[in-house]
Design a protein around this ligand. Structure first.
Ligand code: TYD
Length: 344
């Protein structure tokens, strides 16, 4: 198929593009605005592959999107472009509304006008809000609580409205916390791994007992591909790894693998409005024939090894814009933080 993938220089997007091109043999036009977390180094493996065309641009640029769909005779769109980090959404919510809602709207409208066969919106389990007990199913009411998850919910609902209103064949995946190689080191796993390698403190928010369901990026991408090719139009599919862990447990595993002291873990001031837990029921996607294949311990170990073996990749990032962000986000917190003492 000829597919437009957006956000394909980012973390999940670059894994997805590589998969679609190398394993799937698809022709991919990759549209990415190369904002702070987009990185062409993530696409080195397919740099010279004729099936991959990179285009630097924004999903909100209507004339550009219209032209790409037409000139490349695109058959389907996977929208993986997004502002994705909750902490940044607290600092600059407007950027999230612009890309995740308005940008998604532009893509949807152009794809509909071009009469495409398939449109997959990559959403997130965070649209369900904090789930204290049980598991979210696709028909649950959305209750996003951060500017990030509220913006993603906006894009998610807008996509679904295109099925209801126009019978435009949209599908939505709601994936859980994803980890793996190439993830920008603002996120929990790569931040803790790279800080631990450098013997720097690991800022654990609040009491460190929040729960996330960890999903390997390879599994997330196989799910997106599976739904794109086999999903039912108008349907939503939860994607989770089935690995629910408290943050403190993951932090302890990271220092354990790296042979570092757990004294590096610091309890710091919590994120405002921090969601306690996310958990998704993925039985609908399993019925469609998808299963995750990467056990968490193995996925975490190989991810840590990747960061050990690719210091150039993350040191370049951490020495740039990231430093200002880190100081703003963690400077005061770490000065006031305390060691994580006893596990009760
Ligand atoms: P994150 O990777 O930001 O994903 P999300 O908030 O979208 O789930 O964070 C995962 C969990 O780790 C979340 O509960 C917040 C927590 N966390 C910390 O304790 N310290 C940190 O420095 C970061 C970035 C996250």
């Amino acid at each position: 198929m000829r597919i437009l993938v957006t956000g394909g220089a980012g973390f999940i997007g670059s894994h997805l593009v590589r998969r679609l091109v190398v394993q799937g043999g698809h022709e991919v036009v990759n549209l990415d605005a190369l904002k702070y977390s987009g990185n062409l180094a993530n696409l080195k493996a397919i740099e010279t592959d004729a099936r991959h065309t990179f285009v630097h641009g924004d999903i909100g640029d209507q004339p550009l999107v219209e032209r790409l769909l037409r000139e490349h005779r695109i058959e389907g769109v996977i929208n993986a472009a997004a502002e994705t980090h909750v902490d940044r959404s607290i600092l600059d919510p407007g950027a999230f509304a612009r890309t995740d809602v308005v940008g998604t709207g532009v893509l949807l409208e152009e794809a509909r006008r071009a009469g495409l066969q398939r449109f997959l919106q990559v959403s997130t389990d965070e649209v369900y809000g904090s789930v204290e007990t049980g598991m979210s199913i696709e028909s649950d009411r959305l209750a996003p609580r951060s500017p990030y998850s509220a913006s993603k919910a906006g894009g998610d609902l807008l996509a679904l409205s295109y099925w209801t209103t126009y019978r435009f064949p949209v599908m939505v995946t709601r994936g859980s916390n994803t980890y793996g190689p190439n993830q920008y080191p603002e996120k929990f796993v790569p931040l803790f791994v790279t800080n631990a390698i450098d013997n720097q403190p690991l800022p654990l928010y609040g009491d460190g007992r929040q729960c996330r369901d960890w999903l390997a990026v390879q599994d997330h991408c196989s799910a997106i591909e599976h739904v794109f090719l086999r999903g039912e139009p108008g349907e939503i599919y939860n994607v989770g790894g089935g690995n629910e862990w408290e943050n403190i447990t993951v932090a302890e595993q990271i220092v354990g693998y790296l042979g570092k002291s757990r004294d590096l873990i610091r309890l710091v001031q919590d994120r405002p409005g921090h969601d306690r837990r996310y958990a998704v029921d993925c039985s609908k996607l399993r019925r469609l024939g998808w299963n995750p294949g990467v056990p968490f311990e193995e996925g975490l170990r190989t991810t840590i090894q990747w960061y050990q073996e690719h210091e150039d990749w993350w040191r370049t990032i951490k020495s740039g814009e990231f430093r200002t962000y880190y100081e703003q986000m963690y400077g005061k917190r770490l000065k006031e933080g305390s060691k994580f003492e006893v596990r009760s």
